[in-house]
Design a protein around this ligand. Sequence first.
Ligand code: TPP
Ligand code: MG
Length: 189
Amino acid sequence: MRREDLIAFEDDIADLFNAGKIPYPVHFSNGNEDALIEAFKDIRPDDWVLGSWRFHYQCLLKGVPPEELKAAILKGRSIGLCFPKYRVMTSAVVGGSLPIAVGIAMGIKRSGGTERVHCWVGDMTERTGIARECMAYGHDLPIRWIVEENGFSVCTPVCEVWGEGKPNIVRYAYKSRFPHAGAGKRVMF
Ligand SMILES: Cc1ncc(C[n+]2csc(CCOP(=O)(O)OP(=O)(O)O)c2C)c(N)n1
Ligand SMILES: [Mg+2]
């Protein structure tokens, strides 16, 4: 799907929302067209695509027919779109889709499949414990994490919350000649 088609789809949904025709939460990907089109160049039809509350564009780019997507949005499903037939799954819970993405990727690896998993992650979601654990598990799995940096968690600046760049968080690097514990020899007491 082309950039203009993505924008036209969301503009239609935005007009319906502003006219009070969609009494449910909707989240828009406006401004993200180029990054998403680029990410989808590496996504095949049998790959899985997972993510969060903001997923209209990913659904369209994965092949969900616009009318099917619009019908789901009008029923209030924009915040948690799932189209297993097109291998699209999302969760409206922060971090909710990441363990599912890991599970799907593990299943693919164990069965010797060639499909891959692509999981979208918000920049606040990325900093949660569940994301760190899932991303650590994902190293040897057919999974790609795509982090969207918008600088915010709803209205809260992400870096400010974590104190990133603040002067009262001081770091220094060091390398020890000893192991984590002990002095390098296995001593039996
Ligand atoms: C467990 C949980 N806590 C809180 C929320 C409310 N919530 C919805 S979106 C969101 C922001 C998450 O920020 P980020 O991961 O950066 O996503 P984005 O900025 O792309 O929306 C929050 C806190 C939620 N959906 N789930
Ligand atoms: Mg964010």
